[in-house]
Design a binder for this molecule. Structure first.
Ligand code: DGL
Length: 273
């Protein structure tokens, strides 16, 4: 069946997945995208796995049934860690791409081999993350920082809380810089955190490299679609503006799209989920 004209579904607990959607649109400019922010049930990062699994499956089902998506991008490290296995079992014919903290690229580019990792508590405690880190034990020393409250502050665009949380968490990780015992690389292991980039940069200094996962996810999405012959035809006009939904209040997502991405957007509320 020709699926090339169908949309790519993308979801996150809230506005964070926009950092992945931005990378997807850059990599796949001819595609249609449908984005769901699960704002009525966010944040995911301080909730138990059952909550995140139930929400992820409900959103995936709605995207499959209402929008006939040809692939699903889980634009949330927390949902990937907690729910991707269940999603793959529930939707066996749907190609699914997840995101995880980019430890491997961070380790290969770090000179000091000391790497800070900011992520949600649920991500850092997950078996998936622990397995990934164990596989890289000889590649560098990872300093893990659960960032309670930071995604929520970014969700609400609460500048005071964002600055305070970033200051506390970067201080807790230790010294940043390019000297032998300093952290020279910082993994943004939650898709909300790229939107605190400027605040983090001011706090850790210019020499520190930030690593995030949006671009690799976009490349992997292209690969899965290309293998199946499902890419939207190249040379066609650019894809339409993404269709955006929020399960709760749509205002945060609407404001975030305009503030960070400068796209024309009209966010709709997805009530039935
Ligand atoms: N954006 C999500 C992530 O990548 C989680 C934010 C949250 O809901 O706690 O982990």
């Amino acid at each position: 069946m020709d699926r090339s004209g169908d949309a790519i579904g993308v979801f996150d607990s809230g506005v964070g997945g926009l950092s992945v959607l931005r990378a997807l649109r850059a990599e796949l400019p001819h595609e249609k995208f449908v984005y769901v922010a699960d704002s009525a049930h966010a944040p995911y990062g301080e909730r138990d796995d059952t909550h995140v699994i139930l929400r992820s499956v409900a959103i995936a089902r709605s995207l499959v049934e209402q929008h006939q998506i040809k692939t699903l991008v889980v634009a949330c490290n927390t949902a990937t860690a907690a729910a991707i296995k269940q999603l793959r079992q529930s939707f066996v014919d749907l190609p699914i791409v997840g995101i995880e903290p980019a430890l491997k690229p961070a380790a290969s580019q770090s000179q000091t081999k000391r790497i800070g990792v900011m992520a949600t508590r649920t991500t850092l405690n997950s078996e998936k993350f622990r397995t990934l880190m164990a596989s890289l034990h000889d590649q560098g020393r990872f300093v893990l920082q659960p960032c309670d409250g930071l995604a929520d502050a970014i969700e609400r665009d609460d500048a005071t809380k964002i600055i305070a949380a970033c200051a506390d968490y970067t201080r807790a990780m230790g010294r940043f810089g390019s000297e032998a015992d300093e952290l020279d690389t910082l993994v943004l292991g939650c898709t909300h955190y790229p939107f605190a980039h400027a605040v983090l940069r001011a706090q850790v200094g210019d020499s520190v490299a930030f690593v995030e996962g949006g671009a690799p996810v976009a490349r992997q999405t292209r690969k899965l679609l290309a293998e199946r012959g499902w890419l939207a035809p190249a040379g066609a006009a650019a894809g339409p503006d993404p269709v955006l939904y929020a399960t709760g209040n749509a205002d945060n997502l609407q404001a975030a799209v305009q503030r960070w991405l400068q796209w024309p957007a009209s966010v709709q509320t997805l009530g039935m989920l």
